[in-house]
Design a binder for this molecule. Structure first.
Ligand code: PMP
Length: 291
């Protein structure tokens, strides 16, 4: 089946979908994005992702490319046209197409939009979660506005590749004070020896993960003790459990950090309980019948 992409108002074959060479996303990473998971024909936390998109656009003084409710419908339609029952929808908005120059283009320049969808094998993700993954720690050398979900991801790309090159699945980024901020594409969590869930506050240094917010609700539902505070690499090395969260991995147990096993080197109970409780705590929007 040919994949379909939505590009600036048209549904086009994914294989031949194009953006202009003067698109500011391409020229300057002057663009923002969202990734939304689809589970068993339901879009997860679409409202949260659209709220964050609204915030990212607002922080960069960028407009919506089409109104929010229309964009929400197109996300569903792209998933349907690609017959995605389990997978991801990707939304990217750039400041538009204009001759290359740093200042914002004329106000009449229309933001550009691309929406794509792809299938992900849920069994493969479940197997990965059952085994757990390894992470390494690397310096966080990103700019201060990592709360804005821009496509300017080069530091994240380099950190992720470094992780893969060393046999790990993710890089945990560490600030100048030795505190873990977040993963290259995930939020970072530990469980202390006392069983308290710890994750960095959303105030600074991290993207305000939508999965993170839902997992915080799931933790409350499970009656877990939660502390939103920074944690150090040393504390992570000595933690009872570690895990990471994102729309693409939900709750993914971390079983090794910098080559050392976390506790006994197996996925922790809390992480697995949160993984199981996550979907109940999430917003689920049915796609309807996928064609
Ligand atoms: N941090 C970073 C840097 C990310 O790229 C992502 C994934 N987009 C996350 C955290 C997790 O965010 P979410 O749960 O909204 O996918």
């Amino acid at each position: 089946m040919a994949r379909i992409a939505y590009v600036n108002g048209r549904y086009v074959p994914h294989a031949s979908a194009q953006v202009h060479i003067d698109d500011r996303g391409y020229q300057f990473a002057d663009s923002v994005y969202e990734v939304c998971e689809i589970v068993d024909g339901m879009m997860i936390d679409r409202t949260g992702h659209l709220d964050r998109l609204d915030r990212s656009l607002g922080e960069l003084a960028m407009g919506w490319p089409l109104d929010r409710s229309a964009l929400a419908r197109v996300m569903i339609e792209v998933a349907r046209r690609n017959r995605v029952r389990d997978g991801l929808v990707y939304v990217q908005v750039s400041r538009g197409v204009a001759p290359r120059d740093h200042p914002f283009p004329p106000a009449a320049t229309r933001p550009a939009i691309v929406i794509t969808a792809r299938r992900v094998d849920p069994a493969a993700v479940a197997r990965k979660a059952a085994a757990g993954v390894a992470v390494i720690t690397v310096p966080d050398n990103r700019w201060e506005r990592v709360d804005i979900k821009t496509t300017g991801l080069l530091p994240n790309v380099l950190a992720k590749q470094q992780a893969l090159d060393s046999g790990a699945a993710e890089a945990w980024l560490v600030d100048a004070d030795g505190m873990v901020t977040e993963g290259a594409s995930t939020n970072a969590w530990i469980v202390t020896g006392q069983g308290t869930l710890v994750t960095r506050p959303a105030r600074s240094g991290i993207l305000r993960g939508i999965t993170r917010a839902t997992v915080l609700r799931a933790a409350t539902d499970l009656g877990l003790e939660v502390e939103e505070r920074p944690f150090s690499v040393g504390e992570a090395h000595g933690a009872r459990e570690a895990f990471m969260t994102s729309a693409t991995s939900r709750v993914m147990p971390v079983v090794a950090i910098d080559g050392r096993p976390v506790a006994n080197g197996h996925p922790g109970q809390t992480a697995m309980a949160l993984r199981a409780a996550y979907l109940d705590a999430a917003e689920k929007t049915p796609l309807g019948r996928t064609r």
